[in-house]
Design a protein around this ligand. Structure first.
Ligand SMILES: [Ca+2]
Length: 228
C-alpha cells in the first residue's frame, strides 16, 4: 500500500513537471539587451552592404581606399572657364596685335590687312562637360566690329564649325554679350569629347581699328556630372 501511494505521488509529480515544462517552453523568449545590440549591428551590416552594392565599390580599411566604378555629381555642377587677353596668339606674322598696350584688352592694329586679324586661344575643358553659355566682354568704340567664335575642330578630317558666336555689331562702349544656343556637332550627346575634337576661341577683326575694338575677356559656362 505504501509503495502504491509513493508511486502515485511520483506519477503526479512527473506529469506536473511535464505539463509545466511544456507551458514554459511555449512562452516566447524575452530578448536580452545583448540580443538587441547584436540585432542592431546585424541590421547595420546589411545596410552598409547595400550602400556598397549601390556605389559598386568598397572601402578598404587597410589602405584607406574607396574603390568605385564611377563617382557622379547629382545634380550636375556648374563651372566657368575663363580666357584673358594673354591667352590669345596670332594666326600669322601679318597680325599686329596689342595686349594692354595703349588699351585695357586685346586689339589688332588698324594697319593690319583686312581679314588677317585673327587671334586664337585654345580651350581645354574636361571630357563629359556640357557647354551652356559663351560670353564675351569687349569694348567697341568703332564703326566697324569684330566677332568671336567658340569653335570645334575634328582631329581626323579637320572638319571645323562653331559651337557659339558673339559679334560686337549693334553694341557700343564696354559690354558683355553672350550666346547660349550651343550648336554641338553631336546634338544628341552635346558633351566635350577631347578624343574626337579640339576646341578654341577665334576672335576675328575683319576691319581692324586698333584700340577702338578691344577683346577684354571670355567666360565659358559648363556643367559636368562626373567627378574627375
Ligand atoms: Ca562697332
Amino acid at each position: 500500500m505504501k509503495h502504491r501511494i509513493l508511486l502515485t505521488i511520483a506519477t503526479v509529480v512527473a506529469a506536473s513537471t511535464m505539463i509545466f515544462g511544456t507551458v514554459m517552453a511555449a512562452k516566447p523568449p524575452v530578448p536580452s539587451p545583448l540580443d538587441l545590440v547584436w540585432a542592431a549591428i546585424s541590421n547595420l551590416q546589411t545596410a552598409v552592404t547595400g550602400i556598397q552594392n549601390t556605389i559598386a565599390g568598397f572601402w578598404d580599411d587597410s589602405t584607406n581606399t574607396l574603390t568605385a566604378s564611377k563617382l557622379s555629381y547629382s545634380p550636375a555642377r556648374t563651372h566657368v572657364y575663363t580666357l584673358s587677353p594673354f591667352d590669345f596668339g596670332p594666326t600669322n606674322s601679318e597680325v599686329k596685335f596689342n595686349r594692354f598696350d595703349g588699351g585695357e584688352g586685346l586689339s589688332v592694329a588698324a594697319d593690319t590687312p583686312n581679314d588677317f586679324g585673327r587671334m586664337i586661344a585654345p580651350v581645354h575643358l574636361p571630357d563629359g562637360a556640357e557647354i551652356t553659355d559663351f560670353a564675351v566682354r569687349f569694348r567697341d568704340n568703332s564703326t566697324s566690329d569684330f566677332v568671336v567664335h567658340l569653335n570645334w575642330t575634328q582631329w581626323v578630317g579637320g572638319s571645323e564649325a562653331s559651337l557659339a558666336d558673339v559679334s560686337t555689331e549693334g553694341f557700343s562702349g564696354e559690354q558683355w554679350a553672350n550666346d547660349d544656343t550651343i550648336s554641338h556637332p553631336f546634338p544628341e550627346a552635346p558633351y566635350i569629347d577631347n578624343g574626337e575634337f579640339a576646341y578654341e576661341v577665334v576672335a576675328q577683326w575683319g576691319d581692324p581699328d586698333g584700340n577702338n575694338l578691344q577683346l577684354l575677356g571670355v567666360i565659358i559656362t559648363y556643367t559636368i556630372s562626373e567627378a574627375e
